[in-house]
Design a protein around this ligand. Structure first.
Ligand SMILES: Cc1ncc(COP(=O)(O)O)c(C=O)c1O
Length: 311
């Protein structure tokens, strides 16, 4: 059950607060051992210094080194690489205090987490008394066809962060914690505009509208149509499209680098009035509004079709 919330202004700030939370948890539980935070390779957690240090993509860190100490990186969806880090830390008198990870990597190339990986991650965090914190900044608030991205994974985190969809266009971020992670005392963390009534009212309206319009169902249905459309595009353009993946209304088309560059496709899409965004691994990421209609999904697919016909 959720025990406490911290409201802030962005995803990076929400993750910054999650990182501070893990550090405090480490100081309480590590008995003087050096505290380590695990994060995933090809992750993205934001542009502030701690969030950037947790981001497993050197291209975002370049020019701003040195990063904050105390982060180690595992391969996403590869539990052996997580296990090895826990063992290495134990052998070096270090203690892993927490793991910060996205349920579905967005910037990294629209890579859904695997259920078996997250189940093992949950178990190892319990075994070593580490916090499992999910970055739901991109995946949260119905984006994947469930209210929270982690509902696709069959696990419960100790805490999770939100932003993007929570404000429906207005700036807000949040850290939500359950019992084990409910360790901030008054004065530990704050922000001038954190929890301001306007942003919170906007977020409440978003949540009410998601309920009232049954948007989770819309995300699921439109997501299935998008998936079917991508199936068709993949068959029609097998040389250009190498694969497709995603959940609900966060989907990606993996582009064959020998034929095209995802960035080039996003520029062409922009010229046609279609906003898509490149992601790691030469992926075109499609994250339409949760209110998108069936007709608009067809327009989106027609535009992508006409772009691929140009190659
Ligand atoms: C998973 C994830 N975490 C954190 C962030 C950072 O959020 P913000 O840009 O609101 O600081 C992003 C932004 O793309 C994100 O995708």
């Amino acid at each position: 059950m959720l025990k406490a919330f911290f409201f802030c202004n962005s995803g990076a700030e929400a993750n910054e607060s999650a990182i501070k939370l893990i550090k405090k948890f480490g100081n309480i539980t590590n008995q003087g051992k050096e505290s380590i935070i695990l994060a995933a390779e090809s992750s993205f957690h934001g542009r502030t210094l701690a969030a950037l240090s947790a981001t497993g993509q050197p291209k975002y860190q370049k020019g701003f080194e040195p990063m904050m100490k105390g982060f180690k990186f595992f391969e996403f969806n590869n539990f052996d690489s997580v296990k090895k880090l826990f063992q290495d830390c134990e052998n070096n008198d270090q203690k892993i205090s927490g793991v910060l990870v996205e349920p579905i990597q967005g910037e990294g190339g629209v890579i859904p987490g695997s259920k078996i990986f997250f189940k093992s991650l949950r178990d190892i965090c319990d075994k070593y008394n580490a916090l499992l914190i999910l970055d739901e900044v991109q995946s949260g608030v119905a984006r994947t066809g469930k209210m929270w991205g982690y509902e696709n994974l069959g696990i419960e985190p100790d805490a999770f962060t939100l932003a993007k969809g929570l404000g429906g266009g207005h700036a807000i971020g949040a850290l939500l914690v359950k019992e084990k992670a409910n360790i901030f005392s008054p004065g530990d963390h704050a922000s001038t505009f954190g929890g301001n009534p306007f942003a919170c009212r906007a977020a409440l309206t978003v949540l009410e509208e998601i309920n009232r319009r049954n948007l989770i169902n819309n995300v699921y249905l439109r997501g299935e149509e998008l998936r079917a459309g991508f199936e068709g595009l993949s068959k029609k353009f097998p040389n250009i499209i190498n694969g497709k993946r995603g959940l609900g209304l966060i989907q990606g088309l993996v582009i064959n680098s020998n034929y095209a560059d995802a960035k080039e496709i996003t520029v062409k899409a922009f010229d046609k009035g279609l906003l898509v965004v490149p992601a790691g691994g030469n992926v075109v990421r499609i994250v339409p509004p949760l209110v998108i209609s069936r007709r608009e999904i067809n327009i989106l697919l027609d535009k992508l079709n006409s772009i691929f016909e140009e190659f």
